[in-house]
Design a protein around this ligand. Structure first.
Ligand code: ADP
Ligand code: MG
Length: 569
């Protein structure tokens, strides 16, 4: 990589921004060029920064967000003003919601004209528009402040609870010049940008006391635990304490899903029956039924490890809050852990194991059925067998049924390999996350996509082909949103709101840009297509034909869908 810093006697804003990125070892920009930032991208590339150009800013932003999640460094997204900024803002908001560090850098129009609303090209008050959806927002008005501006943006993105930061660069800033030596001196090394946050000893004692007296304890791992990269300590805590654990979706693989203490296959049972639950980097939001109601059955006490003090008591009272970074908190728990004092009942573990065995063998049977056309299970069974042999591969997953089934069927064996719809349950992260993950890790990525979910970012297959990325996109094509069987009750020509073109050949999209298309109608064809794609490392899209009647409305989110919720009552 080219690390040299420009030594011209004067320097312009473009180059000072580039030097600031390099100063902080930020060597990749995900973006989309246009006024006023085209030359920023061009010059960044010339100076050794990798610029990955997208077809829509939302996907560039999603790539930056997932790069942040995987590396603990802010992913950088670069966009043009107003509309480009707004397209990127969706990704910034998603990153903030998921606690991923990223910086959205957008060019902006003349402040004087914007503030008087005199009608500039792409006029918009971007700074204020970003504020409610970002962890922090900054504007740099003077070239002398670029060093400080980047320091603030980076610290805000990565320290404490990570999140999305907006950085506004007015066109005028980029053309400003200053003395090159002074410019160099205004960039500085950040001392301890992600300070450890050590938990208070009394909070640790309180948590351990509660854990010790539990008869039916449970540990829940969230993506905050995965993000923290405290993999060894977390595994040690679980194995030394012998407590069963449940991984949230993106925490799958933190310990291998095949681990003896995983309670995933007995999820409803452990949530309902546990008496003490230790949450590690997981929020009691909708994904955990807000910690109350039928899902949670018997009364219980919570211990919660989180870096954000205000997360505590957000849904239910927390008996033992432990505030700090996951690594420091788990280390502290380990130091005080006395497994010999634990009261976990042997029947608890035994009844979990019985349920697990029953459910796992039922699932194994379902996966071997070979219906024609394929259903979600038979297709995922084929993918599971291939992926079990390649635990290093990253899996991106979105859709409704495709998300729900893949999450429970595809085992993850290594940390931070599963990237999905996350905290919002958002559709549209597919190609952005796949590209961000492939560029960041250099590893193969398999994106398991509902046909509807894929549509949000489908044009990025051109980006995948352009950069020759080792990405395999598998479309679960069941002709529609949820399924393809709805009919228009009026008998009119328009199809029902949930229905797409029947028998669409998504594989041709990848072929259009020089990638490989594959049409799979059986698990056998799917297996062969996937194995070939992984071996070749070439951009591939597999159109997996799924029974159009196989999906259910909203997947498993029946309680959130007013129609199915009413029917359930
Ligand atoms: P999941 O959806 O997997 O349950 P969430 O995104 O809901 O996970 O929760 C992640 C939690 O982890 C957030 O509350 C966040 O504050 C916390 N978190 C993120 N990074 C860290 C860290 N390094 N140390 C401690 N907590 C963290
Ligand atoms: Mg579908």
């Amino acid at each position: 990589m080219n690390n040299e810093i420009s030594t011209a006697p004067t320097i312009d804003g473009f180059n000072q921004v580039i030097n600031a990125l390099k100063q902080h070892n930020l060597f990749t920009i995900f973006g989309l060029v246009g006024i006023p930032i085209t030359d920023l991208a061009r010059q960044a590339q010339a100076k050794g920064i990798r610029f990955i150009g997208f077809r829509h800013e939302q996907h560039a932003g999603n790539a930056a967000a997932i790069a942040g999640y995987l590396t603990q460094k802010p992913g950088i997204c670069l966009t043009v003003s107003a509309p480009g900024f707004l397209n990127g803002l969706t990704a910034l908001a998603n990153a903030t919601t998921n606690c991923f560090p990223m910086i959205l850098i957008s060019g902006s129009s003349e402040r004087e004209i914007v503030d008087l609303q005199q009608g500039d090209y792409e006029e918009m008050d971007q700074l204020n528009a970003a504020k409610p959806y970002a962890k922090a927002s900054f504007r740099i008005n003077h070239i002398e402040d670029i060093g400080i501006g980047f320091a603030r943006a980076i610290r805000a993105a990565v320290s404490g609870r990570p999140g999305g930061v907006y950085l506004d660069l007015p066109a005028k800033l980029l053309s400003q010049t200053m003395d090159a030596q002074a410019a160099q001196a205004s960039l500085f090394h950040l001392v301890d940008p992600v300070p450890r946050q050590i938990p208070a000893p009394d909070a640790i004692d309180r948590a351990l006391a509660l854990l010790q007296q539990a008869k039916r304890p449970l540990i829940i791992l969230g993506k905050g635990a995965a993000y923290a990269q405290a993999d060894v300590a977390i595994r040690e805590l679980i194995e030394k304490s012998h407590i069963p654990y449940l991984p949230m979706s993106m925490a799958k693989g933190l310990l291998p899903d095949t681990h003896a203490q995983s309670a995933s296959a007995a999820r409803s049972y452990v949530l309902a029956e546990a008496d003490v639950v230790l949450l590690i980097g997981a929020r009691l939001n909708w994904l955990l039924s807000h910690g109350k109601g039928k899902t949670w059955g018997k009364p219980k006490q919570f211990i919660q490890i989180d870096i954000s003090p205000s997360e505590i008591d957000s849904n239910v009272a927390i008996a033992a809050p432990v505030i700090g970074d996951v690594g420091s908190c788990v280390d502290a728990l380990l130091r005080g852990l006395k497994p010999q004092n634990f009261s976990q009942s042997p029947e608890w573990v035994q009844s979990i194991n019985e349920r697990k065995e029953k459910n796992l063998s039922k699932m194994a049977q379902t996966l071997t059925l070979n219906p024609s056309p394929m259903n979600f299970h038979s297709a995922l069974g084929a993918i599971k067998n291939v992926l079990n042999k390649r635990p290093d591969i990253l899996v991106v997953n979105e859709g409704a049924n495709t998300l729900d089934f893949a999450r429970s069927i595809i085992d993850m064996h290594q940390p931070r390999k599963r990237l999905d719809s996350g905290t919002w349950g958002i559709m549209g992260i597919g190609m952005g996350y796949a590209i961000g993950a492939a560029v960041t890790t250099g590893l193969p990525v398999v994106a398991i996509e509902g046909d509807s979910a894929f549509g949000f970012s489908g044009m990025e297959v051109e980006t995948i082909c352009r950069y020759e990325l080792p990405i395999v996109v598998i479309i679960f094509n069941n002709n529609g949103v949820y399924n393809g069987t709805d009919v228009n009750p009026t008998g009119g020509k328009d199809v029902a709101p949930t229905v797409f073109v029947k028998g669409a050949r998504y594989d041709k999209m990848m072929e259009a840009f020089g990638g490989i298309g594959c049409h799979a109608t059986t698990p056998q064809e799917l297996t062969e297509g996937l194995e070939k794609a992984i071996a070749s490392g070439k951009p591939t899209l597999i159109n997996a034909v799924i029974d159009e009647a196989a999906g259910t409305e909203s997947g498993r989110l029946t309680t959130l869908n007013p129609k199915t919720a009413a029917a359930k009552k």
